[in-house]
Write a protein that binds this ligand. Sequence first.
Ligand code: 1GP
Length: 242
Amino acid sequence: MTSLVSNNLIQDIDFGFFALVDPDNKNDSKLDQIIFTINNSNFSCVLVGGSSISDSKFNHRLKKIKNGVNKPVILFPGSSNQISQYADGILFTSLLSGRNPKYLIDEQVRGVELIKKYNLSVIPTGYLLIGPENNKISVQRISGTMPLDFNNKENILHHALAAEYFGMKYIYLENGSGSDSSIKPGLVNYLCKNINIPIIVGGGIKTRKEIQDIKEAGARFIVIGNLLEENPDSNFFSSLLD
Ligand code: 1GP
């Protein structure tokens, strides 16, 4: 039987952008525009996921995204309830920065049956929540875990190396959706020099300068969520992600 564990949806991309779309109802009125902008700007693929779904239309929205987007659709689920057949793959994350078994392994075990059934490409990813302790971001609130102190680079490196030694294919440095700040390029650069798997960076990225600095620091992928959802203007994103 062929293994689903592969990163072939994104492994050949030297550098790229992920659009992140929350499959909750907050995007319903602008989902068409979001899809248009993803298709007409330099996004490599779309991640779909959020902290929670407040209604029963998750699959309906996924179907709309999958049918509308001409790029890979990769699930980035906030829980095992966010697994759909209307996707190409899944970032199979474990929240390694925390010590809550629910997000380290429980939700993953709950999700595998559907992942197998839907034959989703699995992209094993070490998910590290980074930030100052008073940064009350939603993933921190929902996961019930504290982020790693962004000043303690050595501790972050040790978590990233643990992910690498587990065989995970990517590290996702998460600064929290809608954060005021973003991951510091110095941290990305330090990790890139000391680990052998690519880094995904997301959370609070809004400007060309942040994008350039994080890219130059060595990130493989940059995730943009809120900025796209708040202003899904294809001209803006064509020039931002040129
Ligand atoms: C959140 O890293 C992503 O999981 C994206 O963050 O919504 O702030 O772009 P933003």
